[in-house]
Design a protein around this ligand. Structure first.
Ligand code: ADP
Ligand code: ZN
Ligand code: ZN
Length: 734
């Protein structure tokens, strides 16, 4: 017998499944942690399969050294999920299994204190005549007096007895000892009472229950911002826990969703494990092993929490299911929604997706019946969505206003400050457009290593590349034509802050973006200050668009809605709609609110739909656009990215791959089923000094292009510095 293992150490050389002999007297099981010899080292590994035969010389296999942890840390669902994901995304199974293990953590040693408790009951026809010892008699008397049912520790304490006494009675059939899980509901945090559901919430809850009890399809809960989706997640989670099964709650990013996390903690106490990047190695180990041991009944985390080793999964909730952060964009690539669906299928658990602006592909699935669609079209408060004004910025410019703010937004900011309301100004990219260019010849300062414009950072007075971190001083004259008229353009968050200070002297202004929150805890600080009313105007990026609920926020300004719209990508329209709708949804959740959306494209149907918060209208147009262009969900995409330090070798590899794809299509007679482009330079043709080319395949059949791409990639010996990546269902292809 041989054991296939994954070594618990994340290095490229160990990113494989290795086989060892199982010694005859070692009762090893799949999922356990073992010790193996690797070279001269002794390493920890997880057993993922037990097989009779291997295609590797038997003489060369070494024996397993010992079992280190009897607990089965990987359930069969995770092992199967890793195989599914490897096949789906064309990546190695070992890399997935390694991704499932928390980084840099030993699995050996004591498991966290389990909260399993033992309960003792009188057996049904207990015949006490056989009792001799005084201790045994005392145990039986106490138990009878207590109604025939006690927790073991209390029984032992009161009877001044030890476990062997009880065990002796159990062996005689007088007692029954059962194990149950004791839940510590964390009395430290006051548990919040439930809301009484609104009639609409009750109706939708009943619909979801009906679906879960019946056909069991994934449910897409489409509810406008503030419609009380979270309350439904909580109810369904509670019902799942009552059945003794666990819940995984996925959020786009832990640090950006403090309110969602808090609500779950307040309702369910310390039975909730929160997985986030701020945990120390020890905390991560405790959480992970605790989850595997069934100590926690609920896990909240970002996309990789889909791999949480809960022993008995009952429900996965995926909040803001449209968020792109659910797609991991480096190896192993995966979308948490795809894996969530599969994990639910494997375990019989239910999947609940929620969003105010569902992913077009998810909504399409709901429309064609692959998902069950449940809708919450009204806010709990009954309050209408905030009033939205769309402002044409090119008209402002023609009228002589070349400030960042339109007249309307200026007026609203002044009025709102005077009325004591809080304002939020949203720019959808940090350091956006703060590139430096020559007004004379148009020269733009680009990073020497990446094909992107460098961004100007006001505070530090330097240019920075957001891809590789390269910095450069601000040039005094144009390197191309020598003109001194070289300036930075446009509006970064810092510039908006300065503009607000000029407009509203004395107002308390803060900034929330990746740069301002690089320091640990600073997000939390700004968030708390905003809640406490210590900030009048908050300026920020995507980080403020999500899930936040500030009672006194009555004005939202979207500085330049076109930016998302103009990104050359198949999903840019969808992204622009989602962002604008989500940001607008921050306003007026508790008091009357207003939103000003500034744009150079006031006629854009996408922005107009976003301003009316009209998802249906957006969806109808967008799905038609996708259909006409034969884009997902009507076709599948796969991207092959080739990168190399040397342009010529990238081109050579790219051409050979394209030739191979063409050959296969001709041989299979599948030329009319697949379209492909390339090799062509990627939109970011160079990153960190590496040249990048791509080939994009498109077909109605994902398995077909997957097979063709895998073949084309397999038949290649890559030159030394060359790298090839298969990107199945990529986030974008531009
Ligand atoms: P969503 O997630 O759909 O944007 P939330 O779940 O955040 O909406 O709910 C919005 C607000 O309404 C929250 O403050 C929440 O506590 C409150 N809420 C939800 N359900 C109820 C209810 N049935 N009764 C009263 N308040 C509720
Ligand atoms: Zn110039
Ligand atoms: Zn760079």
């Amino acid at each position: 017998m041989f054991a296939g293992v994954v070594i618990n150490k994340k290095t490229a050389a160990l990113n494989r499944i290795f086989h060892y002999q199982v010694p005859e007297d070692m009762p090893v099981q799949v999922g356990q942690v073992v010790e193996v010899e690797f070279g001269r080292q002794k390493l920890e590994a997880i057993v993922i399969e037990l097989v009779e035969n291997i295609d590797y010389p038997v003489e060369k296999t070494k024996p397993l050294l010992q079992i280190l942890n009897l607990q089965q840390l990987f359930g069969s669902d995770l092992l199967e999920l890793s195989q599914f994901a490897a096949d789906y995304y064309l990546c190695s199974r070992a890399s997935l299994l390694q991704a499932m293990l928390p980084a840099g953590m030993y699995l050996t040693g004591k498991m966290p204190r389990s909260r399993i408790v033992r309960r003792v009951r009188l057996a049904d026809n207990a015949d006490v005549s056989a009792l001799r010892g005084a201790k045994q008699r005392r145990v039986m008397e106490l138990l009878t007096a207590a109604g025939g049912n006690m927790l073991l520790p209390q029984l032992l304490e009161q009877a001044e007895a030890a476990w062997p006494t009880v065990k002796g009675l159990a062996d005689k059939g007088l007692l029954v000892v059962t194990e149950e899980t004791e839940w510590d509901d964390g009395t430290a945090a006051p548990l919040l009472p439930k809301h009484k559901l609104t009639p609409l919430q009750s109706r939708v809850l009943a619909e979801i229950r009906e679906e879960f009890a019946g056909e069991g399809r994934p449910v897409l809960l489409h509810g406008v911002t503030g419609s009380g989706k979270t309350e439904l997640y909580l109810r369904l989670a509670e019902e799942t826990l009552a059945q003794g099964r666990q819940v995984i709650v996925l959020v786009p990013e832990i640090a950006l969703t403090p309110q969602t996390v808090r609500v779950f903690q307040q309702r369910f106490g310390s039975g909730v494990a929160v997985l986030h990047s701020g945990l120390t190695a020890t905390e991560r180990r405790q959480a992970w092993l605790g989850i595997a041991a069934g100590q926690y009944r609920m896990v909240i985390g970002a996309r990789s929490a889909i791999f949480a080793p809960v022993p008995c999964l009952g429900l996965i909730v995926m909040d803001e299911e449209h968020e792109e952060s659910y797609r991991q964009d480096n190896a192993p690539r995966f979308h948490a929604r795809v894996l969530a669906e599969e994990r639910c299928r494997l375990t019989g658990a239910h999947l609940l997706l929620g969003s105010a602006t569902p992913d077009v592909e998810s909504y399409h699935k709901a429309r064609i019946g692959k998902y069950r669609l449940c809708e919450l079209p009204e806010r709990v408060s009954g309050r209408p969505q905030a009033e939205v004004h769309l402002v044409d910025m090119s008209q402002e410019f023609r009228r002589g206003n070349n400030s960042i703010f339109s007249h309307l937004l200026q007026q609203k900011l002044v009025d709102n400050l005077r009325a004591g309301g809080q304002s939020l100004l949203f720019l959808n990219r940090r350091g956006y457009q703060s590139f430096v260019s020559c007004r004379h010849c148009g020269y733009v300062v680009e990073c020497p290593h990446c094909s992107v414009a460098m961004a100007y950072h006001t505070g530090e007075e330097v240019l920075k590349c957001h891809y590789c971190g390269q910095t450069a001083p601000l040039p005094r004259q144009c390197p191309s034509c020598g003109s001194p008229a070289i300036r930075y353009f446009g509006a970064g968050t810092q510039m908006i802050v300065e503009a607000v200070r000029r407009l509203l002297p004395g107002a308390r202004v803060a900034r929330l973006d990746r740069d301002s929150t690089a320091e640990r805890g600073s997000y939390e600080r700004i968030y708390q200050a905003m809640l406490a009313g210590e900030i009048d105007v908050l300026v920020g990026t995507q980080m403020i668009a999500k899930g936040l609920d500030f009672p006194n926020l009555t004005l939202v300004g979207v500085i330049a809605a076109d930016m998302a719209l103009n990104m050359p990508d198949l999903k840019s329209g969808e992204r622009a709609f989602q962002l604008t709708t989500q940001v607008a949804g921050r306003a007026g959740r508790h008091r009357r609110g207003e939103v000003v959306v500034q744009t150079y494209q006031p006629r854009s149907d996408i922005l107009q739909a976003a301003c009316r918060q009209d998802y249906q209208e957006f969806y109808q147009r967008e799905i038609l656009r996708r259909k006409l262009a034969a884009y997902p969900p009507f076709a599948a995409l796969l991207r092959i990215v080739i990168s190399a330090g040397n342009m010529a070798s990238a081109i050579e590899v790219g051409r050979a791959r394209a030739w191979h794809i063409q050959q296969q299509l001709e041989q299979q007679g599948a030329e009319d089923k697949v379209v492909y482009w390339g090799p062509k330079p990627c939109p970011r043709a160079k990153i960190k000094d590496r040249h990048r080319l791509q080939i994009v395949l498109k077909s109605e059949s994902l398995p077909l292009i997957r097979e063709i791409a895998a073949q084309a990639a397999a038949r290649v010996r890559l030159p030394q510095d060359c790298n090839l990546v298969l990107d199945v269902e990529p986030l974008n292809i531009y």
